[in-house]
Design a protein around this ligand. Structure first.
Ligand SMILES: [Zn+2]
Length: 461
């Protein structure tokens, strides 16, 4: 599984729809905007931008302007995840840069639509939930970090007030999150469970692969050895190649029916689709999918005696469109909304650990994404003190397009939220979705290493 980037997105983004309808757009640190593609306005790429050396803006000259004004550019919050004090400091520095850049761009550039994404709450809540929440089993009143999350939200409130002062008074403002948060304390190693069930088999050499991977990861962190590695001409071997090579070398594909990827779902080793598929399409595939679903829904953690997953979904039941086949065959929804936080789970696909425990503590993560996020609207034409019910994140693109007086392409999901005093009527275009034809951008070896290191420090890999 290669690292994805902005060019992996095969459809039009809503800001591109705005742009081609004459709205000038400005984007700051929106995820999946690297490498930047042309917009009717400007963009500064966010998460997954390799480094300050990268061309991270559109137009390209904006990079030089920002570096001149701010001295440097931090592309994302960096870990390490085992040092809370350092993470808090990194988040603080990064958020200050975001605030200063947002204010500069809002004041100096012309825009009809502007968006900035603050990632600090996400990065902090993964690691600091237990420090803040007395209901968390690991809560420790003397950890010294109890007030940090609140302090971060207060800092963002100050940022928001400064943004509100910097923009014209008649601006429509949306404050949104892409997910909520809740505490968690347990981890479910999905591939270990598949191994235990006999659905995933390992090669006899898997132990060698797993220990050489651990060693390589360690070597890689030592700059001197990294240099040595380059001098020895190992430059062409990417860590990502080694990682996916290690996973695929550990697994005996001739005896594996299903595996868990990094994208939250199970993939069946289907003949004709997977390189060494053994499960036949049709009846065998359907039966396997059904039985996996039944087993997983019934699966309980021996420690709590409670179910681990709240839902197991078939891809074609929840997604539609030309790329459904790229989704995992089964999407696993962990328990994450329980009041008893010891019954909330992270999913992990790692195969390297020995012994192959199915359940462990989720440390160092004490918080996980929750389904319910926030949505607030403020400004001219917005219904006052009105609670919008049943809003979904997919409604935001059409709501933004509608509020800007733009036509909504028919292939965009969701609808305009009922939040305006004069209801906005959706104008739908009749065009059909054709997909993006341009070639996808591939990260260079160096870029892959930089992005992967950051993701690993944050615990994503
Ligand atoms: Zn997160």
């Amino acid at each position: 599984m290669p690292l994805t980037n902005a060019s992996s997105v095969r459809t039009e983004r809503f800001w591109e729809v705005l742009g081609r309808q004459q709205c000038r757009v400005g984007l700051l640190n929106v995820p999946y905007t690297y490498p930047p593609s042309p917009v009717n306005g400007f963009l500064v790429a966010g998460m997954l931008t390799p480094s300050v050396e990268s061309e991270f803006t559109y137009p390209p000259a904006l990079k030089g302007e920002l570096l001149k004004k701010f001295g440097t550019y931090i592309t994302d919050v960096s870990g390490p995840n085992n040092d809370k004090a350092r993470l808090i400091e990194n988040v603080r520095i990064y958020t200050e840069q975001q605030q200063a850049m947002a204010l500069y761009l809002l004041k100096e550039k012309s825009w009809d639509f502007f968006s900035v994404v603050f990632v600090g709450p996400d990065r902090l809540q993964h690691f600091l939930w237990a420090d803040m929440d007395q209901n968390h089993p690991w809560y420790n009143a003397s950890s010294g970090f109890q007030g940090e999350l609140l302090a971060h939200y207060q800092a963002l409130d100050t940022t928001l007030s400064q943004i509100l002062q910097a923009i014209p008074q008649d601006t429509l403002v949306f404050l949104i999150s892409d997910h909520g948060f809740n505490g968690c304390a347990r981890k479910f190693f999905v591939n270990h469970w598949l191994y235990e069930q006999g659905l995933l088999a390992l090669n006899s050499t898997s132990g060698v692969w797993s220990s050489s991977m651990t060693l390589l990861n360690r070597l890689y962190k030592v700059p001197l050895l990294r240099e040595l590695k380059q001098k020895l001409g190992w430059k062409k071997i990417r860590l990502s190649d080694l990682r996916s090579a290690s996973f695929s070398n550990m697994v005996d594909w001739s005896r594996t029916q299903v595996y868990f990827g990094l994208d939250g779902g199970l993939r069946i080793n289907l003949r004709g689709r997977e390189p060494e598929g053994i499960v036949s399409p049709g009846q065998e595939y359907d039966d396997l999918r059904q039985s996996l679903r039944q087993q997983l829904i019934a699966l309980c953690d021996p420690l709590t005696g409670r179910p681990v997953l709240s839902a197991v979904l078939f891809n074609d039941k929840i997604y539609h469109g030309p790329y459904v086949d790229l989704a995992p065959d089964l999407i696993l929804e962990p328990q994450r909304e329980q009041q008893n936080l010891a019954e909330n789970y992270l999913l992990d696909g790692d195969l390297r650990a020995t012994p192959k425990l199915v359940f462990t503590s989720s440390e160092p993560y004490s918080g996980n994404h929750a389904l319910d996020g926030i949505f607030c609207a403020w400004g001219p034409g917005v219904r006052i003190a009105y609670l919008v019910e049943g809003a979904g994140i997919i409604d935001l693109a059409p709501t933004i397009l509608g509020a800007m007086g733009c036509v909504v392409p028919k292939y965009i999901d969701g609808g305009i939220l009922d939040i305006f005093t004069d209801p906005v009527v959706e104008q739908v275009s009749t065009g059909t979705f054709t997909g993006r034809k341009e070639a996808q951008y591939e990260y260079s070896q160096e870029e892959t290493d930089l992005v992967e290191q950051r993701l690993r420090d944050l615990g994503y890999l």
